[in-house]
Design a protein around this ligand. Structure first.
Ligand SMILES: CC(C)(COP(=O)(O)OP(=O)(O)OC[C@H]1O[C@@H](n2cnc3c(N)ncnc32)[C@H](O)[C@@H]1OP(=O)(O)O)[C@@H](O)C(=O)NCCC(=O)NCCS
Length: 187
């Protein structure tokens, strides 16, 4: 009988600050259920910091967003997923994306979200630094992130991974821009 075996891209292994083993790899369509579960379970605070939207996320909306994230890499966008194993099951604990700016081709918009129970364990920094290599390979030289003013974690992550960043405040949002030439890159 012919079996369709989904292709899973090669993963790199990273250990959290608490010593837990995490796999980081490019997202693929096979990840839609994993990513839906991750997005659907985010706390209100985390969802607000990632999407600037306070309303609850329905399962259908989480599935749609996961489907968007799990498209294979193109010249204009890439997503990395961080996973752990729980028994026989794989769980997504974070996802990071870079999407090319439509007006300035050398700029990539960065977005990362880490599951609440894995925040502050170094996962966001590990994903960010792996995304650097992919972004560079597609000709992106600068990353930009829009971050809530109160979001110290994301601002520190930008500085930790991307080095010196230019920050411009627009009301309650800070736009941070960083040159990839200053960034640390893992993988
Ligand atoms: C922002 C986020 C991606 C950071 O990922 P993380 O895995 O928690 O961060 P790390 O453990 O890699 O730490 C990165 C830096 O943030 C700091 N940090 C982490 N959580 C923090 C917190 N709650 N308050 C202050 N600083 C914090 C860390 O100390 C580290 O800084 P340092 O190197 O100067 O010590 C994660 O907290 C998250 O998903 N937040 C909600 C969504 C979001 O804000 N996304 C970013 C906007 S797109």
């Amino acid at each position: 009988m012919h079996q369709c075996v989904p292709h899973t891209p090669k993963a790199s292994v990273f250990h959290t600050d608490h010593g837990e083993r995490v796999h980081i790899r490019e997202a693929v369509p096979h990840d839609i259920p994993l990513l839906t579960d991750l997005l659907f379970r985010l706390s209100d605070d985390t969802r607000w910091l990632r999407y600037f939207s306070a309303g609850p996320l329905s399962f259908e909306r989480a599935w749609q967003e996961a489907t968007r994230m799990a498209q294979r890499r193109t010249h204009d966008r890439a997503a990395l997923v961080a996973t752990i194993r729980r028994g026989d099951a794989e769980e997504a604990i974070a996802v990071a994306e870079v999407v090319r700016d439509q007006r300035t081709a050398t700029v990539g918009e960065l977005a990362i979200v880490v599951r609440d129970d894995y925040q502050t364990h170094g996962v966001g920094s590990a994903l960010g630094s792996q995304l650097v290599r992919i972004a560079r390979a597609t000709g992106i030289t600068t990353v930009r992130a829009e971050i809530q003013l109160e979001n110290r974690a994301a601002q520190r992550l930008m500085r930790r991974v991307f080095g010196s960043s230019m920050a411009t405040r627009h009301g309650s949002v800070v736009e941070m821009m960083a040159q990839l030439s200053n960034a640390i890159s893992n993988g």
